[in-house]
Design a binder for this molecule. Structure first.
Ligand code: GDD
Ligand code: MN
Length: 408
């Protein structure tokens, strides 16, 4: 498995094609059975790219049974012979032994690339070469950005997809955006995007499947995203390679990335500490209120005979445990967005949460006692005590259970 990016080609693959001058831009095109598309695509890229930048095109082929890789090699031979003056495109092929995984193929392409700018695209004309100049123009102006050709912004069009495929894509897209906090990125699943190689220097890519952009967005915390519209057209020649394994890989990657941590929602990255603190406090107290409801409902359901007919003290106890547990889960997922679900960590956190909440309860009791004994009316004493206990619950859980700074 390739995880780190370096420019030296590994021994496991065969490289074909010249390395004449160091290009600025490397276009990586993964292929599997794209014999009907690839040569036309290379021609079209040549036409569209003009004199934009010294460019290399790397076709990463997984030993396609239809001979895609050899077709490209033959084309390279012809292309070199007919090299006209001022030609600024060099094409190379990476022949991998077998079809394994699209992300791995793309990473191998990046690993062998010479350009500082990387553009990834499909071979089946779903990603129109006419859009490349616009992507590159944006990339050259913004060297800390990833430029994403997006299907879901104003000005974009999707052609040729069935309703089912549209719904599936939108569903998968929304799932990723919500679970990885990427609401402001409209098409994090795009396969057509460009970035500077230095942006991914220390990134360890370890998911499988199709969604390399998603992983890049989650792991390159500082990268900004610029989305540009384009016309996506479903392939006319050849077949999609997406199958049920792609779906399984997708769900696994999402889970892995979710656990990896929050992708800095680009807006929230820049949020002030005061806003972060207040929004977390707001969530924490909303969860607390929901806990009261859980407590009440569970106790009633268990004592009234609706779910069971337990002794009221037993029902109350179970109600308390249920509300503490639901509070814990909601705070972990929603308030603090903690993605570490290892059993040991979970148990430790749950116990800490219990201890801190019990501590809060004793603070509340103590405060009520002191205030009432100092002749403050019970209603006011109780209110003050609840406020002090909940603030202590919030601060202590933030700091100790969820290991965050108090401020922020
Ligand atoms: N080397 C290699 N190895 N190439 C592959 C492999 C593989 O295992 N699987 C697919 N490819 C190549 C195809 O030949 C094509 O050039 C490109 O990757 C995309 O594959 P398609 O089979 O055309 O995928 P798709 O159209 O279903 O999915 C596209 O759209 C998705 C969004 O809906 C891709 O762009 C995805 O990345 C994108 O998420
Ligand atoms: Mn396709």
């Amino acid at each position: 498995m390739i995880n780190t990016i370096n420019v030296l080609p590994p021994n496991s693959v065969r490289l074909f094609g010249p390395k004449t001058a160091i290009p600025h831009l490397s276009i990586i095109i993964p292929t599997y059975n794209e014999a009907g598309n690839i040569i036309k695509l290379l021609e079209s890229i040549k036409t569209n790219i003009g004199n934009l930048a010294l460019t290399e095109i790397i076709v990463v082929d997984d030993n396609s049974p239809d001979g895609t890789g050899n077709l490209v090699d033959d084309y390279i031979k012809k292309f070199n012979n007919s090299r006209s003056k001022g030609n600024i495109i060099q094409i190379r092929t990476i022949h991998r032994k077998q079809k394994e995984d699209l992300i791995q193929a793309i990473l191998q392409g990046i690993e062998c690339s010479l350009g500082e700018q990387i553009l990834i695209m499909d071979a089946d004309f779903s990603h129109p070469p006419e859009t490349i100049p616009k992507i590159i123009e944006n990339l050259q102006k913004n060297d800390k950005c990833v430029i994403v050709a997006s299907r879901y912004i104003k000005g974009s069009v999707i052609k040729g997809w069935t309703l089912k495929r549209r719904i599936l894509s939108l569903g998968a897209n929304s799932l990723a955006r919500v679970s990885l906090d990427m609401g402001n990125i409209k098409d994090p699943m795009s396969g057509f995007f460009a970035f500077h190689k230095k942006s991914i220097e220390n990134i360890n890519f370890d998911t499988k499947g199709y969604k390399i952009l998603l992983e890049l967005l989650v792991k390159c915390k500082k990268i900004k995203v610029i989305e540009i519209p384009y016309v996506f057209t479903d392939r006319i020649t050849g077949q999609s390679k997406m199958d049920y394994i792609t779906t399984i890989n997708y769900v696994q990657s999402l889970w892995k990335l979710y656990r990896y941590g929050k992708k800095a929602n680009l807006n929230s990255l820049d949020e002030k500490n005061s806003i972060k603190f207040l929004s977390k406090a707001g969530r924490f107290f909303t969860v607390g209120a929901s806990g009261l409801l859980v407590n009440y409902l569970v106790s009633i359901l268990l004592s009234s005979g609706l779910l069971a007919k337990l002794w009221y003290m037993e029902s109350t106890l179970i109600g308390i445990v249920a509300s503490i547990t639901s509070n814990f889960v909601l705070n972990k997922l929603w308030t603090f967005g903690d993605r570490d679900f290892s059993p040991k960590h979970l148990v430790k956190q749950y116990l800490l949460f219990l201890i801190i909440c019990s501590f809060g309860a004793s603070i509340q009791l103590g405060f009520v006692y002191i205030l009432v004994e100092s002749n403050i009316p019970y209603e006011i004493a109780l209110l003050l005590a609840v406020v002090v206990a909940s603030v202590s619950n919030f601060i202590l859980n933030k700091k100790i259970t969820f290991r965050e700074n108090i401020w922020g």
